[in-house]
Design a protein around this ligand. Sequence first.
Ligand code: URA
Length: 237
Amino acid sequence: MRLHKYMAMCGVASRRKSEALILEGKVELNGEIVTSLGTMYKEGDKVKVNGQLISLEKKSIYIMLNKPLDCVTTAKDQFNRKTVLDFIKDIDERLYPVGRLDYNTTGLLLLTNDGDLAHKITHPSTHMDKKYIAKINGTPNEKALSDFRKGLMIDGKLTSKAEIQLLKSGAQSLVEVVIHEGRNRQVRKMLEQIGHSVITLKRVAIGALEIGTLKLGEYRHLTTDEVEYLKQFEVQK
Ligand code: URA
């Protein structure tokens, strides 16, 4: 199999990030640095990433965090801000966030060392539903709600259809939104587009996984059923 696929299966990073690691010269195959993306892995080969031997025998870990405000969804931050990993204690394996939430978005974030599963969940072809609750300025009218549902032009590209329900109306309203993609700041941009800026944004579900009663900054391991559920999604070629 391709080396970057093997790396993802070992939980090093997503396939795309594994490719980047190869290009950056951080990967050794049987003692030699390799930088070609076509490099193949076969059983018995010794692969090191950043000097560390990787293997398939690692235990896979799947975690759901209720991401608090004011932390970045990356493993490291160039400005030394808090990262979501700062909230995960007592786990030695290197975990990676699955997809992203903005610095000031809270809610359900998955973390895992299973790069293959992370790839499946974040791949655009998987169309996994993501549900958010947003507090917004003003109350959207029927036309705004209907425009939102049809999909909107953001950053020069039409989004797919989306769902929106008004939960509470007033000078500030609450809406429940479901999107099927994961474009950068998509919910904020779509709500902005129909004339309602976002005050707070929280992700409450990814597919059938729900944040439930987890408090901000708390996390839990996924159940076996939840992991099986996520594994059934397939990337479309
Ligand atoms: N959409 C956004 O605008 N922000 C997030 O953090 C997630 C989805």
